[in-house]
Design a binder for this molecule. Sequence first.
Ligand code: HEC
Length: 103
Amino acid sequence: MTRMLLTSVGILAWLRALGMAYAAGDAQAGKANSAACAGCHGPNGEGIGSNPPLAGKSEEQIVQALQDYKSGKRANPVMKSIASILADLDMSNIGAYYASLEK
Ligand code: HEC
């Protein structure tokens, strides 16, 4: 847990250093929410079969994808129903969590 926190802090510092806009989600909170995703995307976000991997994607990519599923811009009935129950804060937290995992 400490190591994970340090890793997130390290990644944050690194992204800031690169000058990237970063909506700092809480990876620890996201980890709890990710239980709802693990059945399809794998316990470590590694992907299972046709369910794409999430580990190592940026928080921005994950939040964008979830918002697009929710709005219907990206059409997928399964992900739409899941994204629809997520609030913006959940999305950033989950995004931060998967971004903290190795590909
Ligand atoms: C029932 C299975 C299932 C569950 C549960 C599920 N997903 Fe998905 N997810 C999919 C499938 C299938 C796709 C690919 C959809 C497509 O083709 O766009 C996907 C795509 C995604 C993508 C886009 C990935 C990319 O490479 O663009 C993200 C991000 C994502 N899911 C996040 C989540 C999160 C976060 C959760 C949990 C809150 C979750 N998913 C739960 C099946 C699932």
